[in-house]
Design a protein around this ligand. Structure first.
Ligand code: NAP
Length: 381
């Protein structure tokens, strides 16, 4: 269920998932949950942020939905979220950015927003290779740079390493291209800062193109025809492009940090972090989780928006082939929002709308699933 406000969204969502499966399969399928503990709650209970048992169970089942976990800034331990991605080698982070009718948006014509951010999940600055200013590790590193590389840094500098490898970039790009082909996507745009970071982000761009060239049958580089257009944008420009010309983008292929920043910025186009779902996918395991964190200031207040978590669940159902369940959840959310039943985050962007609680929003979605007729989830819809 996660830390902070994670418990609220879990409480509002659990029965929706159960109801959607029952509804989509006329009671022939149901969910058996395997609850696993991690994060602050686990630390308090077991003295361990991520118990071995949790990892073992996850490995056994190969699929999980996870609430957000708190990572204190600047303190001893690293992020459990990042650790999970690394330990299970979940090298693809997938974050759909799709506008739903009825949702508030700061841009004109938000219905043009419909793309997916793919973020390489294992490398870049998230590898966690950094040393605090003044430590012997930082001093050793600074001395090495000075003696061997002729680079001078002041000795009050904290240092980090940004690794981006050919191997990790190639397998990530290949996965995304396969996805694009399978799902009839139109464009793949590499988002990089290769003009400044030539041998990390610049290399990421180059290696991505190398892989794309192996897909001659499906990919084109100059003009849009019936093949997938493969192009690239410098990251800062990309932030402008997604606001001004979102319709030109379809799949964004990003190194880790760019993908992280872009995810939150793009979430703002479609209502905010409260509605932005995500998945971390590897060859043997997939963990579904919202883009947002544990929103600790709202913990226990029954206020935050469970939509991002619900849509992450919808992604999970699609992933395991239960598309009807995910359609049912998505449609019920859309209908609820169109009826102007929304939590505080959306209400404050809409005129004359009084926010409902997290749990009330969940009830409204559940009711719409219960009352929906089977035709509404027909795959031809
Ligand atoms: P955050 O928890 O995502 O919250 C930032 C802001 O986004 C909130 O204050 C709120 O904005 C809005 N928000 C987030 N989720 C929302 C929801 N479901 N409904 C409505 N509004 C929502 O980011 P943070 O405060 O930077 O991070 C808190 C903790 O979460 C940190 O420890 C961080 O490391 C961790 N984190 C975990 C994950 C993960 O588990 N995958 C991801 C990111 C961050 P307003 O205040 O404007 O209402």
């Amino acid at each position: 269920m996660g830390d902070g406000a994670g418990e609220d969204i879990w409480n509002a969502s659990k029965e929706i998932f159960e109801e959607a499966v029952i509804k989509a399969y006329d009671g022939e399928k149901s969910i058996t949950w395997v609850p696993l503990i991690a994060g602050q709650r686990s630390l308090e209970k077991t003295g361990n942020l991520l118990p071995e048992e949790t990892l073992e169970e996850m490995k056994k089942h190969g699929i999980a939905i996870k609430g957000p976990l708190t990572t204190p800034v600047g303190e001893g331990f690293r992020s459990v979220n990042v650790f999970l991605r690394q330990v299970f080698d979940l090298y693809v982070c997938m974050r759909p950015i799709r506008y739903m009718r009825g949702m508030p948006s700061p841009i004109r014509m938000p219905e043009r927003v419909n793309f997916i951010i793919f973020r390489e999940n294992t490398e870049d600055l998230y590898k966690g290779i950094e040393w605090k200013e003044g430590t012997s590790e930082a001093n050793t590193f600074i001395a090495f740079l000075k003696e061997r590389m002729n680079v001078t840094l002041s000795d009050d500098t904290g240092v980090g390493v940004k690794p981006i490898s050919r191997g990790a970039t190639r397998r990530f790009t290949r996965w995304v291209i396969d996805y694009a082909i399978k799902h009839n996507r139109k464009t793949i745009t590499v988002v990089h800062k290769g003009n400044i970071m030539k041998y990390t982000e610049g290399a990421f761009r180059e290696w991505a193109y190398d892989v794309a060239k192996e897909f001659q049958k499906n990919i084109t580089f100059d003009s849009q025809n019936d093949k997938i257009l493969f192009n690239d944008r410098i990251a800062d420009n990309m932030f402008m492009q997604v606001i001004l010309r979102p319709e030109e983008y379809d799949i964004l292929l990003c190194p880790n940090l760019n993908g992280d920043y872009l995810s939150d910025a793009c979430a703002a186009l479609i209502g905010g972090l409260g509605v932005a779902p995500g998945a971390n996918i590897g060859d043997d395991m997939a963990i579904f989780e919202p883009t947002h964190g544990s929103a600790p200031k709202y913990a226990g207040k029954d206020m935050i928006n469970p939509t991002a978590f619900l849509l992450s669940g919808a992604m999970l159902f699609s992933y395991i082939g239960l598309d009807n369940v995910s359609k049912l959840i998505e449609r019920a959310i859309e209908e609820t929002i169109q009826d102007r039943i929304v939590t505080y985050d959306l209400a404050r962007q809409m005129d004359g709308v009084k926010p409902v609680k997290c749990s009330e929003f969940g009830e409204a979605v559940k009711k719409r699933i219960k009352n929906s007729s089977q035709w509404t989830v027909d795959s031809s819809q």
